[in-house]
Design a protein around this ligand. Structure first.
Ligand code: L34
Length: 292
């Protein structure tokens, strides 16, 4: 089998077009939706992701500001900043880009953002609501993966989904979202992680395989069932002297090999990444709508 490519950039564009209309509707009713992004330090990947996010926000006519904070900020200062943003009515959404420097407790920071402004969906209240199957702000990458599946004609209902990775940012909430008893979900979900002795035993049983490992080209052809749908969440920088930047992006999937076996596959770049950014717009619109 040769896989069809699931075009994340094109589907993200559809969502941005939908969000542009929502932003106009909000503005007409007197709400000017705004997103503030807090970027601590100068990690090149984070800088690039945040730039992409603010570009998308501007494209749909939303206000945004990025606060660049030095990596030696204290935890107390950062929590103080988040509390100020919580009180600031200009911002309907607050996003603190991860990872944070090691001296800062990420769990504490994500718990300090008000749940109703938590467009990352990482606050315990939003996490809890997701797992209870209630409406909430859901984390952007998991929600993006779900939309990518649905809009490319791969409804996960009744399918065996195997997620490789258990992070709070993606793996855990993605499993929670796809196992919900709800339309567009209702999958049987297996979660593999670094404690899983034989990964391939599980990946080979997946109808829908979703690696979120951050390990370049780890999923090889022999680990994938014939006809599986593969959603590659990994975005890894690998050295490439032939590129001007000195690196290129690859996923967690060995694309060329796996594309021979899968029925559909997402590329990196241009797969899940743009969807993560699109769902941030969706969450910001949702957060702003609630204040109307
Ligand atoms: N708080 N931190 C918080 N929320 C998030 O949702 C994220 N994530 C992850 C890292 N830290 C976070 C992101 O924003 C990963 N992530 C992310 C966002 C966008 C892209 C990739 C990861 C993206 O735009 N990827 C493009 C290529 C970008 C490039 O050229 O560097 C793509 O096509 O895959």
């Amino acid at each position: 089998m040769t896989a069809t490519i699931i075009d994340g950039s094109a589907i993200a564009q559809q969502i941005r077009d939908e969000m542009r209309a929502e932003v106009e509707r909000l503005k007409a009713s007197g709400t000017d939706p705004g997103l503030v992004v807090v970027l601590v330090g100068n990690d090149p990947a984070s800088v690039s992701y945040v730039r992409g996010k603010t570009r998308d926000v501007e494209e749909v006519g939303m206000r945004s500001e990025t606060l660049r904070i030095s990596a030696d900020v204290t935890q107390e200062q950062l929590l103080g900043l988040v509390s100020d943003l919580n009180q600031d009515d200009r911002w309907h959404g607050i996003l603190v880009q991860l990872p944070l420097p090691p001296h800062i407790d990420e769990g504490l920071v994500t718990s300090t953002v008000l749940p109703e402004k938590d467009v990352d969906g990482l606050h315990p209240v939003n996490v809890g609501k997701l797992f209870r199957g209630e409406r909430a702000l859901y984390p952007c990458t998991p929600h993006g993966v779900k939309q990518l599946l649905l809009r490319s004609g791969h409804d996960p209902a009744g399918k065996h989904v195997v997620v490789c990775g258990r992070s709070n940012l993606v793996g855990k909430p993605l499993a929670g979202l796809l196992m919900q008893k709800a339309e567009g979900a209702n999958a049987t979900v297996t979660v593999c992680h670094t404690g899983t002795p034989d990964l391939a035993v599980h990946t080979r049983r997946a109808d829908i395989l979703i690696p979120v490992m951050g390990r370049p080209r780890t999923i090889t052809e022999d680990m994938v069932k014939d006809g599986a749908v593969v959603i590659d969440v990994g975005v890894n920088r690998v050295e490439d002297a032939s590129k001007k930047a000195g690196y290129r992006l690859v996923g967690d999937v060995d694309f060329d090999g796996v594309a021979r076996k899968a029925s559909a596959i997402t590329p990196v770049p241009g797969g899940v990444g743009p969807m993560t950014r699109a769902m941030l717009l969706y969450n910001t619109v949702l957060a702003a709508s609630r204040t109307v």
